[in-house]
Design a protein around this ligand. Sequence first.
Ligand code: ATP
Ligand code: MG
Length: 299
Amino acid sequence: MKNRDRLRIAIQKSGRLSDQSQDLLSKCGLKFRSSRDKLFCFGESLPIDLLLVRDDDIPGLIEQGVCDLGVVGRNVLREQELSVRARGEAPLFGELRALGFGRCRLSIAIPQELEYEGVAQLSGLRIATSYPSLLGDWLRENQVDARTVVLSGSVEIAPRLGTADAICDLVSSGATLVANQLKEAAILLESEAVLAGASVTPDDERGELLELLLRRLDGVLQVRESKLVMLHAPRSAVENIARLLPGGQRPTVLPLEGDNDEVALQAVCYGAITWQHLEDLKRAGASALLVLPVEKMLA
Ligand code: ATP
Ligand code: MG
């Protein structure tokens, strides 16, 4: 790996992951010069630069040491990981963090008129996909002897064109499948955008930058799921109420002026706070309930 004193992150130039990747990096405090249509953006707030590329190129750029990090779908990362392994080599990149956006699944879909009775039924079929390694791996694991037809795009029309009997493709809402008279039969992989990085941390300045960025990223990811819950409660109910708060953090308990029985309680909670949560808290004695978003967090 070449010695560099600036960290380089690759993200998708334009596509489903672009906006949220940019947004995530900006929440981590990264600012870049240069406009979005350029390939390279210089980092102004930290020595961390941005490369805007096609998502398929990201694992390879990390492997070659051109970039240190990348935001890419787990589907793309795993596919390339498996294809490196198939060459008998060990991949030099891997998943560092799941990022919680770009969620989809890699699934096998069959024509709507077919009744799906299990994996064995796929034997002898031609399955069109852009993910031959992931599909091949799954077929082997399930001992299904099917033929893989590799297509780089528009996989969903292959059955209608007669070039395949089924497909293995990304699904999110399922609308594309319905539009092509297909239905989901089996899920091969649950995917989302991930932060990918080199398997070995660089031992120059970039190592420290990487750690700093990961710390900020963990804070941002945690904040996204966090709420500050504030409420009043009788002192005797505090223990019960603390148990009802999702996230398990110990609450701060403060006295209320002129009231010896009631206290104010606040706690950072992780995960969604639903109406059901609030109603349960109320039943346990809470009043004056407030749920506030958390802006920043550093553990
Ligand atoms: P590029 O030009 O960068 O190669 P692309 O066409 O390969 O772009 P997009 O369609 O923008 O890629 O999808 C990028 C990623 O978004 C996918 O690899 C996947 O992880 C995720 N994704 C989420 N939902 C879907 C979906 N319904 N269909 C396809 N990809 C999805
Ligand atoms: Mg692509």
